[in-house]
Design a protein around this ligand. Structure first.
Ligand code: HEM
Length: 193
């Protein structure tokens, strides 16, 4: 993939999030345009920008809500020798429901190997090794506790790195997302890595 395509794909992903924000959870634009790349995504790296499926628009809408409410999210991450235990919660019942919906849907995607990704370098590792991940997901009154471990050190490291990415997103919202996108492009590998 050349540099232009990488940048174009990046712009498409950001636009997809913007479109989700503009159109609301059931916005026609995500479905109509195919969201972030849609029918064109086969041209892009499957590692960084996943193909749209039936649940993508709804999942992206929840992510949009999480970004919008990131200041109301508190999160703690415990590094385990072989993975991670995360607690992500909010006192706002609506935000708590979004956290739970995201965790439930992403956990199901991970189990079924239906990748959902924009720009994360750790998620492709997790999806590729999903059969080596042991998960425990507990819903709490205000959010979710997620424990994921792996006996494969490479996968355990990816679990920890992804948890750190989520913490950054929860801390800084869209600013962190943009930062991550720029960082990846500046590295030169663009979205291919
Ligand atoms: C403020 C924004 C976000 C929040 C608060 C959030 C929250 C979470 C939480 C709590 C988990 C469970 C694992 C963990 O706690 O580390 C998770 C997993 C996941 N998230 Fe997000 N997320 C956000 C943004 C995103 C974005 C932008 C994407 C991709 C487009 C994404 C995709 C995933 C996937 C695929 C998983 C499953 C992998 C795993 O659980 O280890 N998330 N997210």
């Amino acid at each position: 993939m050349n540099r232009f395509l990488q940048l174009a794909a990046g712009a498409a992903a950001v636009l997809a999030l913007g479109a989700a924000a503009a159109m609301g959870p059931h916005g026609g634009m995500m479905g109509g345009m195919g969201g972030m790349g849609g029918g064109h995504s086969h041209m892009l790296s499957p590692a960084m920008l996943t193909r749209q499926d039936a649940g993508s628009a709804a999942d992206m809408a929840v992510v949009r809500d999480l970004f919008a409410s990131h200041a109301k999210i508190r999160r703690s991450v415990t590094r385990l020798p072989d993975g991670v235990r995360t607690v992500t919660e909010s006192n706002d019942p609506e935000v708590a429901r979004s956290i739970q919906a995201h965790v439930a849907s992403m956990s199901q995607r991970l189990q079924e190997g239906r990748e959902f990704n924009v720009f994360s370098e750790t998620l492709p590792v997790l999806f590729a090794n999903r059969d080596r991940i042991v998960s425990k997901v507990e819903m709490t009154a205000t959010g979710a506790i997620v424990t994921r471990t792996s006996s494969d050190p490479k996968v355990a490291a990816a679990l920890q790195a992804h948890a750190a990415e989520v913490s950054e997103l929860a801390q800084d919202g869209m600013a962190a997302f943009h930062r991550g996108m720029m960082r990846r492009m500046a590295l030169g590998g663009g979205m291919m890595r």
